[in-house]
Design a protein around this ligand. Structure first.
Ligand code: GDP
Ligand code: ZN
Length: 363
């Protein structure tokens, strides 16, 4: 194990967490931040260095919901092992922000992908037209998690009119900051780094191929914790190599880059329903329970929008997102249908072949 002293503030420690820790800790406990999760074993960075740790049996038992278990970025109450072995995570401190998704195969369970992120860089590539709706969707996901989104237009070296591209994206981004960068030329990276003040945690979201890995590599070029590969143990006790998922930059700021963040997709969260919490109570007054607040008669939401009880623009963005999400769901259903049809087709084919053979052989 590698021991390196680091100030808790550099890891994002604030009075909020200090208060929460004081309420839960007993003698022998120290605060630490989860920098890696691997097969339910956690790497936790504390003031005195890094520890391997497991969540206590009691906590596992109590955690009926998976979101109560530690995740990368979490601040935890750690009981280090005096002998230098695996310590115990006795509690997870309340989170300032959470990226969660539905646990695979379980309707209502939330799985926390990362916690306590301050800034989300929503990255797009200027080698392709940036879809304003796409900006909208990612911003909703970022804000829904409790973080500050920043739109990053990457590959600025590929366009002549960077200002124009920024203005277009800004129209869709509203109050969120919009930056153009190019790790290839170094353009705009200073502005990006300004969001990484000491103790501030950032992550990257966006479609694949837009340059997220390239940007991360530039941002963590100088790491305070020798990231490289760390040795860990899989379930059978074999050594495996894994990368830290939370990295502390020598220049300040932290980057979370987990596989789960990469896969985070819009349909994993009930974004439309959750973000438009003001529309839900109004919708209770609609005549139809499945009212989409578009053209249905007796729609209380539309009435509110017409009579000043609801900002009409807000209803419009609600409808826009609703349609987006429906498209995503329809595409997914269509894919499932195609798969089942393909399956039926091959089955029919083999049945037909079977009958044919029977006809021929006269059986
Ligand atoms: P990710 O899927 O979002 O992680 O994207 P990558 O970081 O793998 O980058 C995708 C491609 O974009 C790679 O071929 C990169 O070399 C390229 N790329 C990244 N940044 C830039 C840039 O600033 N300018 C140009 N022209 N290409 C870039
Ligand atoms: Zn309605």
């Amino acid at each position: 194990m590698q021991l390196m002293s680091v100030a808790l503030e550099q890891l994002g420690w604030t009075p909020f967490f200090a208060d929460a820790f004081a309420l839960r800790a007993v003698a022998g406990d120290v605060p630490g931040r989860v920098v890696l999760e691997h097969n339910h074993v956690f790497r936790v960075m504390a003031a005195g260095g890094e520890h391997l740790a497991e969540s206590t049996g009691r906590m596992k038992h109590r955690a009926e919901a998976r979101h109560e278990l530690p995740a990368v970025g979490d601040w935890v109450v750690l009981r280090p092992d005096p002998a230098g072995g695996r310590g115990q995570i006795r509690a997870v401190l309340p989170r300032r922000s959470v990226f969660a998704r539905k646990a695979a195969g379980r309707e209502t369970e939330q799985q926390v992908v990362a916690a306590n992120i301050d800034t989300v860089f929503v990255v797009f590539g200027l080698d392709m037209p940036v879809n304003p709706r796409s900006i909208d969707r990612y911003l909703v996901v970022a804000r829904h998690s409790g973080t500050e989104p920043v739109v990053v237009l990457n590959k600025a070296d590929l366009v002549d009119n960077v200002e124009g591209a920024i203005a277009e994206a800004q129209a869709a981004a509203g109050t969120a900051a919009v930056l153009a960068v190019s790790p290839k030329t170094g353009y705009g990276l200073d502005a990006l780094v300004r969001f990484l003040a000491p103790g501030r945690t950032a992550t990257l979201l966006g479609p694949s191929g837009v340059g997220k890995s390239t940007i991360v590599n530039h941002l963590v070029g100088h790491e305070l914790l020798a990231t490289g590969e760390v040795r860990d143990w899989d379930a059978r006790g074999r050594h495996t190599s894994v990368h830290r998922q939370l990295v502390v930059r020598a220049e300040g700021g932290l980057i979370i880059d987990t596989p789960g963040m990469r896969e985070l997709a819009l349909w994993d969260t009930d974004t439309v329903g959750d973000t438009f919490g003001d529309i839900a109570p109004l919708a209770a007054g609609c005549r139809f329970r499945d009212c989409r607040h578009e053209t249905e008669p007796g729609c209380a939401v539309k009435t509110a929008a017409e009579s000043g009880g609801l900002d009409p623009e807000r209803l419009e963005s609600f409808r826009k997102l609703q349609r987006e999400q429906e498209t995503v769901e329809r595409l997914r259903d269509e894919r499932a249908l195609i798969d089942s049809k393909r399956h039926a087709k091959t089955q029919n084919k083999s049945l037909r072949a079977l009958y044919k053979n029977r006809e021929r052989s006269g059986t």
